[in-house]
Design a protein around this ligand. Structure first.
Ligand code: AMP
Length: 250
C-alpha cells in the first residue's frame, strides 16, 4: 500500500515570531522555515510502517510556494520515496488544503494518509478532519501509537485524561501527536540520494481546486506582555505577598 504524508512549510519552531507592523499577519521575510514538526513525526511513522513491510511507498506532498520543495526534500532525505508539490504563492486555508489533498488521494490511491495534528503556524487542527470528511474515510486524530494489521489499523489516541484505542478499516486518515515517535535525522548519504528522487509539480487550477480564501483575518497581534516575576526569600514573605499584594489568601 501507499502512504501519503502531507507536510507543511512553516516558520521554524525555534524562531521568535514577529507580527507585521500593520497587523496583517506575521513577518516571513528572511525568517528560517522548516517542516512542521508534527509532519516530521508523520513521515517517520510512515517510514516505520514501510520498513516493517506493510507499505510499499511513502509520498510526501506539500502545498505552498516553490520553496516548499525544500520541505519535500527533507522528507525524501528522511527516506520517503517521492514528492508532490502543489504550488500556491498565497496562503491556503485548511479547507482548500483538504480539497487539494482529496484530489491527490484520488490520483495516488493511498490506503493511509498520515498528517500532523496541527500546523504550528496557524494552529488550525482542521485539515486531517476535513480531509476524512471529504473522502468519507474513517479518521483517528492525535495518534500516539499506530499498528497496521492486514486491512485494519489500530490507533491509540491521546484524549483528555487518558488514552483511547480505535480500530479503523483502511483506507483511513490519521493525525499524529507528539509522543508517537522521535523522527530520525537525515544522514548525509540520504540527503544526497534525496536530490535524485522525483518531485511532481502542479498548480491548484490544474487539479480543479479553487483556493480562494473563505476567511478574512481582521487583525494579528502579539500576545500581551507578562510583567516580570519577583523572587522571595522566605515562605513568610511569599505568604505575605499572596495575602497583601495578590489578594489570593484571606
Ligand atoms: P492544520 O489543520 O492547518 O493545523 O494542519 C494540520 C496538518 O495538515 C499539518 O500538520 C499537515 O500535515 C497538513 N497540512 C496543512 N497545511 C498544509 C500544506 N499547506 N501543505 C501540506 N500539508 C499541509
Amino acid at each position: 500500500m501507499k502512504i501519503l504524508v502531507p507536510a507543511k512549510r512553516v516558520i521554524d519552531y525555534n524562531v521568535k515570531v514577529r507580527v507585521k507592523s500593520d497587523g496583517s499577519g506575521v513577518e516571513l521575510a528572511n525568517v528560517k522555515m522548516s517542516m512542521n514538526p508534527f509532519d516530521e513525526i508523520a513521515i517517520e511513522e510512515a517510514l516505520r510502517i514501510r520498513e516493517s513491510g506493510r507499505a510499499s511507498e511513502v509520498i510526501v506532498v506539500s502545498i505552498g510556494p516553490s520553496q516548499a520543495s525544500e520541505t519535500i526534500r527533507s522528507g525524501l532525505a528522511m527516506g520517503a520515496d517521492r514528492g508532490v508539490l502543489v504550488r500556491c504563492d498565497s496562503p491556503v486555508e485548511p479547507l482548500a488544503v483538504a480539497k487539494i489533498l482529496k484530489k491527490i488521494v484520488e490520483k495516488e490511491k493511498p490506503l493511509l494518509v498520515i498528517l500532523g495534528k496541527q500546523a504550528i503556524d496557524d494552529d488550525c487542527n482542521q485539515t486531517g478532519q476535513m480531509l476524512a470528511g471529504l473522502l468519507g474515510w474513517g479518521q483517528a486524530t492525535f495518534a500516539s501509537r499506530i499498528v497496521v494489521v492486514d486491512e485494519k489499523v489500530e490507533v491509540t489516541r491521546e484524549v483528555d485524561g487518558g488514552l483511547q484505542v480505535l480500530t479503523l478499516s483502511l483506507p483511513a486518515v490519521i493525525t499524529t501527536d507528539l509522543r508517537l515517535n522521535e523522527p530520525r535525522y537525515a544522514s548525509l548519504p540520504n540527503i544526497m540520494k534525496a536530490k535524485k528522487k522525483p518531485i511532481d509539480e502542479c498548480l491548484p487550477e490544474d487539479i480543479g481546486v479553487d483556493i480562494s480564501p473563505r476567511l478574512r483575518v481582521l487583525k494579528t497581534s502579539e500576545p500581551a506582555l507578562r510583567s516580570a516575576g519577583v523572587k522571595v526569600k522566605t515562605i513568610s514573605e511569599l505568604v505575605e505577598k499572596l495575602r497583601n499584594e495578590a489578594g489570593v489568601l484571606q
